[in-house]
Design a protein around this ligand. Structure first.
Ligand code: GAL
Length: 634
């Protein structure tokens, strides 16, 4: 695994560049990402391209032996461009334009902006496409960051009308699919259809689902346009995009198919603070991040681009954007780095090189302080670089367990949650965490992935089941656990004629006759376990494998398929994981709180996310807080 950093030569006097580059190389970094926000310096005046500074920056970095990842600058269209084309900005759900003065203010559907993006990407690709030091391109930056996938602009509305026309052929077919007879929502022509925002109460969920699908397709095609330009003018160079954490607003599997390598931006402390974790978890893991946050995304993004992936931005110290921004415990930056390697990353790149003393991110740590002196992360990056060198290249070990992850499932659950705490990401994360707590290595895969070589498959929920998925699951010989709400909707967001789980009934004979959601804090008990948030009434000839104390069934099993009809607590999940692992002949461990492991083909890595030393029973080693142990496998 290589190490690198994110660098903004345009933020610093040119006289600093050579010394910065020298220090990067001396620290053990070999990659540097630049350029992704530099449009106003590349093209200060419309049509007047100023390559001089970027030529020299690239050469200076190359002269120090660094390899360059060059970002296309389309996340930051300059002021003159917005002024020329004021309707290129996205419109938010409340109908307000997203103004100039930060970033990501464009609408994915605006044809004029698309053309401008293609123009600047073409110019960059022609200029640097065959530069020997440019080894990789990054398209744009974090599609969707700051809530920018959905836009409600006129351009988006037009795009959507074409999209629904293409899928439905006639307005009658669309009315039928969406069920528009309800509340007299019928359309006489596609031209009458608007985006589903600003309605009096909730818009039709089928309308919303199609709007999500449409918006996701817009991101995919925006990325693809850049990829095609880069492939043409920079053949043979890898292309990536840096995805975000806990983000499901577009289908990353679709975008990933057009990339050579998927990358993501890892901010474990910011994510712990900003997402659903309990107060107790937030304080227990304050300076470490929850032990499954980084790994979850490593395993998710490895499944987004044929197994090739990396960390484009790694948190090196306190960030600026969460509600509270603690500093990492000493050792964590190094631990996060090595953990990425254990999960098969090709590189980890720290964000950013030097903390900027100006503008929005002046409170965001870098490897260097704003005065250019080393910040604490430098020592840890060096330490990680040494360990990486000593260990040599690591081949990723093939995981034996697959967890099926669906962006469409996230949209469906978000559009009509039915209980406000039914959060798709949280469900998937809890299932992942339960598997990992038992020491299993996991691949997080798309619903259309080949599942044939796994020993166990977990599907936290998949409300819309395609024929292809059904046939994949029906040919598996391994145990499969399918979660609540699976098969509960058709492609056009209707309840199946024969009720949930729809076509999954061919795999397990049961019917969901009624569902209920429970307020936070409410639970129903079984023997040593409980369920919360969501519960289904099941009609079936099968005797439940797990039932509540009053006899109502929760888990049903038939041949190798299990259906769990509620939101299981940790104990029930643990029992299910153990039982399934036993049937699959998978060895499990009971890892102490805070300890996690991952195998490469040659080594067993253990990571201590707790604030106390932990004994790792399998190897007998004591591992310090934020410590990593590496044991050779034979
Ligand atoms: C990322 C983004 C970077 C920077 C960073 C700060 O979301 O890609 O440009 O803003 O966050 O943590």
């Amino acid at each position: 695994m290589k190490l690198g950093c994110c660098y903004y030569p345009e933020h610093w006097p040119e006289s600093n560049w050579a010394d910065d580059a020298r220090r990067m190389a001396a620290m053990g970094l070999s990659l540097v990402r630049i350029g992704e926000f530099a449009w106003s310096r590349i093209e200060p005046e419309p049509g007047k391209l100023d390559w001089g500074w970027l030529d020299r920056a690239i050469q200076t970095l190359a002269d120090a032996g660094l390899e360059i990842i060059l970002g296309t600058p389309t996340a930051t269209p300059p002021k003159w461009l917005v002024d020329r084309m004021p309707d290129m900005v996205a419109i938010d759900e409340d109908g307000r334009p997203r103004g100039f003065g930060s970033r990501r203010h464009y609408c994915f559907s605006h044809p004029g902006y698309r053309a401008e993006a293609a123009r600047i990407v073409t110019a960059m690709a022609k200029r640097y496409g065959d530069h020997p030091a440019v080894v990789m391109w990054q398209t744009d930056n974090e599609f969707g960051c700051h809530d920018t996938v959905l836009s409600f602009s006129e351009a988006a509305a037009n795009g959507f009308r074409n999209w629904v026309r293409h899928r439905n052929q006639t307005p009658e077919a669309l009315n039928e699919a969406w069920g528009n007879v309800f509340w007299s929502m019928e359309y006489r022509s596609f031209a009458e259809i608007d985006p589903p925002h600003l309605t009096v109460t909730e818009a039709n969920p089928a309308h919303w689902l199609d709007y999500h699908r449409f918006a996701s397709d817009e991101v995919t095609s925006f990325n693809r346009e850049q990829v095609e330009i880069l492939r043409k003018h920079s053949p043979g160079k890898d292309i990536t995009h840096n995805f975000m954490g806990f983000f499901t607003e577009f289908n990353h599997h679709d975008v990933g198919r057009d990339l050579d390598i998927a990358t993501w931006d890892s901010y474990p402390l910011g994510f712990l603070e900003q997402f659903w974790f309990s107060r107790e978890e937030k304080s227990r893991y304050l300076r470490q991040g929850h032990p499954d946050i980084a790994a979850f995304h490593h395993d998710l993004y490895r499944g987004c681009s044929n197994g090739r992936w990396g960390v484009m931005e790694q948190q090196p110290g306190p960030v600026n954007w969460a509600r509270f921004n603690p500093a990492p415990m000493p050792g964590m930056v190094s631990l996060w780095t090595i953990e990425a390697m254990a999960h098969g990353a090709e590189f980890t790149s720290y964000f950013r090189w030097r903390q900027a003393p100006f503008a929005q991110e002046q409170m965001h740590a870098g490897l260097l302080r704003p005065d250019g002196k080393d910040a604490p992360a430098v020592g840890e990056a060096r330490e990680a670089a040494e360990l990486i060198r000593d260990l040599g290249p690591q081949q990723i070990a093939k995981a034996q367990v697959a967890l099926v992850f669906s962006y469409e499932a996230a949209w469906v659950c978000g559009i009509q949650p039915q209980g406000q705490s039914f959060r798709y990401l949280e469900l998937a994360f809890e299932w992942y965490s339960a598997l990992r707590k038992q020491g299993l290595d996991i691949d997080i895969v798309a619903p259309d992935a080949d599942l044939s070589h796994y020993k166990a498959v977990f599907v936290p929920t998949l409300p819309i089941v395609t024929d292809a998925f059904l046939s994949t699951i029906s040919t598996l010989a391994c145990p499969v656990l399918i979660g609540p709400r699976s098969g509960s909707k058709t492609q056009s967001f209707r309840i199946p004629d024969d009720l949930a789980p729809g076509d999954l009934r061919t795999l397990i004979p049961l019917t969901v006759t009624r569902v209920e959601s429970l307020r936070d804090g409410e639970q129903e008990n079984g023997d040593g376990w409980s369920i919360s948030r969501w519960r289904e009434d099941i009609e079936s000839e099968l005797a439940p494998e797990f039932a509540l104390n009053d006899g109502r069934g929760v888990v049903y099993s038939h041949n190798r398929i299990r259906y769990c009809s509620a939101w299981p607590d940790r104990s029930l999940l643990d029992m299910l994981v153990s039982r399934i692992a036993g049937e699959a002949n998978l060895e499990t461990l009971s890892l102490p709180e805070g300890l996690r492991i991952r195998r490469s083909a040659s080594n067993l890595f253990a990571f201590n996310y707790s604030t106390e030393p932990i004994r790792f029973d399998l190897t007998g080693q004591m591992i310090d807080p934020a410590g990593v142990s590496v044991t050779a496998l034979n």
